[in-house]
Design a protein around this ligand. Structure first.
Ligand SMILES: Nc1ncnc2c1ncn2[C@@H]1O[C@H](COP(=O)(O)OP(=O)(O)OP(=O)(O)O)[C@@H](O)[C@H]1O
Length: 466
């Protein structure tokens, strides 16, 4: 389509990642995609209209190629990304360009990255458990098919490892489409994940979208929406279930805060943008299940300085049906996955949704671990010997359970030298019930470390029921 003069403006200021563009004949809409009349094109997203003839935009690409006076064209709508079967097995950036080594996509349907969430009346709550094969999660914070789960933790406690393990365990058996969205993390991780998924042979059902830490705040802020547009197309047009994995949702909040700073908005609580709540809701509310198909999501959430009262963490908590909290203390003791069962929560763990036995065992495990937690102070002051026989038995069982809930991962095999295991929920429940029954008496707690089910204890020797 020939460019009409009325759609063209000129850059009048460039500052940081922000450019002001003067349009002589009418302004573009907020969130419109503008492109420079240069080669290569630079994308600018309209973020504000500070005067009757000026649009203020976020520059999505590196700004070094911009210059004053450069012509800018309004494309008349937001950024668009390709959708449909053509995206399966491919890796994309925010602009919908492929970033793997395959051929570029041509002649594919595209959809705008910004869309309103599905109305409440069309949403559906599933109520089935989504098994992960990871003992500590399936037993104590089961995920919901069609629900949203968060993996919370400070730096380096194992969020990425856990999400990669879930991909490994779930994607091969999953009949729907798996969509992975990387926001603001290391590019190396993206490349590794792509290679691993290719090797595992699950790439055909997978789409990956990345806006990593080296990219502009605008890209990191929008890439989650781009990924959801692709996911929604599978759910709505093809009626296929979708599993959306996001690493890391905190980086989305952080990008929003950077954008807000660039636009000169006054910060709010703890320096975050005043619009944190709405921005997060705009993204999270798009992740939902409908009558057409289920959209399940697992999101890693970085918790700055291990402070769980940080506004980014608390706002994210409120959108989730399950939150799995990773603890630095457990990680430092090598108890991986470093899940803190007392802090983690799932809406699914109720007598009406899980089996009676699962509920009973999960409650008993949690209570035993909670009692042990309370006894720790006394043990530190007086020593284990001062405890009553009953309390000593509780401590013994809790320490066995704590170790039993560790699990060797497939994705860390090369690092730990231990083969990964996947344990069904049924086996986890049975094993924990036997530990709670005291069947393993004084058996060394170390024997329970990094095993699958209690059947594996036989391989470790020693005497059962001593
Ligand atoms: N299940 C596990 N088994 C063995 N080691 C693990 C496990 N999980 C994490 N680790 C160790 O912890 C390190 C950090 O893990 P990971 O990169 O997943 O953390 P993260 O929480 O995503 O960190 P960041 O916030 O920096 O991205 C790993 O490189 C590994 O050494």
């Amino acid at each position: 389509m020939p460019v009409q003069d009325k759609d063209v403006g000129h850059i009048i200021t460039i500052e940081g990642g922000i450019a002001d563009i003067r349009f002589a004949h009418g302004l573009p809409m907020i969130a419109s995609r503008l492109v420079t009349l240069s080669d290569p094109e630079i994308t600018i997203e309209v973020a504000g209209l500070p005067a009757h003839d000026i649009a203020r935009g976020l520059v999505m690409n590196p700004t070094s190629d911009l210059r004053l006076g450069l012509g800018v064209r309004d494309t008349g709508g937001p950024l668009e990304v390709p959708v449909g079967d053509a995206v399966l097995g491919r890796m994309f950036n925010l602009f919908g360009e492929t970033i793997d080594d395959g051929d570029p996509l041509e002649d594919v349907a595209r959809r705008p990255i910004l869309r309103d969430p599905v109305p409440l009346s069309e949403r559906r709550v599933e109520g089935d458990i989504f098994e992960t094969g990871i003992k500590a999660i399936d037993l104590l914070s089961p995920l919901e098919r069609g629900g949203k789960a968060g993996l919370f933790g400070g730096a380096g406690v194992g969020k990425t490892v856990l999400i990669t393990e879930m991909i490994h365990n779930m994607v091969a058996a999953y009949e729907g489409v798996c969509l992975f969205c990387g926001i603001g993390e290391r590019s190396r991780e993206a490349e590794e994940l792509y290679r691993e998924m290719g090797e595992a042979g699950v790439l055909d059902n997978t789409v990956m979208v990345f806006g990593q830490m080296n990219e502009s705040p605008g890209v990191r802020f929008r890439v989650g929406h781009a990924a959801l547009t692709m996911a929604e197309h599978f759910r709505d047009e093809q009626r296929r279930d979708v599993l959306v994995l996001i690493d890391n949702i905190f980086r989305f909040v952080q990008a929003g805060s950077e954008v807000s700073g660039l636009l000169g908005r006054m910060p709010s609580r703890v320096g975050y943008q005043p619009t944190l709540g709405t921005e997060l809701a705009e993204l999270e509310e798009r992740i939902c299940s409908t009558d057409r198909a289920a959209m399940t999501s697992i999101q890693a959430v970085y918790v700055p300085a291990d402070d769980f009262t940080d506004p980014a963490a608390t706002h994210t908590f409120s959108h989730l049906s399950a939150s799995i909290v990773l603890s630095r203390k457990k990680a430092s003791e090598g108890l991986y996955p470093a899940i803190d069962p007392l802090q983690s929560f799932s809406r699914m763990l109720t007598p009406s949704t899980v089996s009676t036995e699962h509920y009973r065992v999960a409650r008993a495990v949690r209570n035993t671990l909670a009692e042990y937690e309370e006894l720790k102070d006394i043990i530190a002051m007086l020593g284990l010997e001062e405890l009553s026989e009953k309390d000593r038995a509780t401590v013994r069982q809790a320490r066995q359970l704590e170790r039993f809930l560790t699990q060797p991962f497939f994705t860390t095999e090369a690092m730990t030298g231990t083969k990964g295991v996947l344990v069904s929920l049924e086996d986890t429940v049975k094993s924990c019930a036997r530990i709670l029954d005291g069947e393993f008496g004084d058996r060394d707690e170390g024997d329970f470390y990094m095993i699958g089910t209690v059947e594996d204890l036989d391989d470790k020797g020693g005497s059962d029921g001593a």
